[in-house]
Design a protein around this ligand. Structure first.
Ligand code: GSH
Length: 214
């Protein structure tokens, strides 16, 4: 069971986080399509790997992991010590703080906009609901913008796993069809992330296959 295997479709933002992290640390891996149009999550074998029946799952040797954030932190700690994974406990605590916020507060806010626009058939799109979802997410983006006014990266001076767990929002947020509020510091951070091959390769995947159709 040597080597890394990731189960998950590339159209999943949670899978993209893991693939971006693996790119950052330069680890080779095998990826197996699962979830969405590929199915495969309701087999006994998959349930045995992840009882939640969700993607991603990662295996590294004898370690089997689910929950994208835990996987990203494992990759950072194991293969990115001193870069993706800050060595200083204080720096790591700040990356953790923003990562936990991304998981519990930030991601649900932009996924609300995503679900309202992309998961609704065009004929049923309700501009009032879109506006309400954008209004709920905007203060979270404002909070991130205020943080990025003080540091170039979410965790501090250098790029860490916290940038992956928050930066995964950017492609969907900026390309969804709605009237975008302006956030200059997020835009500048976005430009910095675009310098990273893993961001461009994985965090900017089309979500067209996820669109609800009439
Ligand atoms: N908290 C979990 C959420 C995982 C999750 O919701 N995965 C979605 C894709 S983003 C999924 O498996 N959906 C079913 C499918 O793709 O068929 C994580 O971060 O790993």
């Amino acid at each position: 069971m040597a080597g890394i295997t990731v189960w998950g479709r590339v159209s999943s933002a949670n899978v993209q986080k893991v693939l971006w992290a693996l790119d950052e640390v330069g680890q080779r891996y095998e990826r197996i399509d699962a979830g969405g149009k590929f199915g495969g999550l309701d087999t006994d074998e998959y349930r045995g790997m992840n009882p939640n029946q969700l993607v991603p799952v990662m295996r590294d040797g004898d370690l089997l992991l689910w929950e994208s954030s835990a996987i990203v932190r494992y990759i950072a700690a194991t293969y990115g010590s001193g870069s993706l994974w800050p060595e200083s406990p204080k720096q790591r605590a700040l990356s953790d703080q923003w990562s936990d916020w991304a998981n519990t507060t930030f991601q649900p806010s932009w996924l609300g906009v995503f679900a309202t626009i992309v998961r609704t058939p065009p004929s049923q799109l309700d501009p009032g609901k879109v506006q309400a979802a954008v209004a709920a997410a905007t203060p979270k983006f404002a909070m991130l913008d205020a943080r990025l006014a003080t540091t170039p990266y979410v965790g501090g001076e250098t790029f860490t796993y916290a940038d992956i767990l928050t930066g995964i929002s950017l492609f969907r947020w900026t390309t969804l069809e709605f009237d975008h509020p302006q956030f200059d510091h997020i835009d500048a951070w976005h430009e910095r992330l675009k310098q990273r091959p893993g961001f461009n390769k994985w965090a900017c995947q089309s979500y067209d296959e996820l669109r609800a159709r009439d």
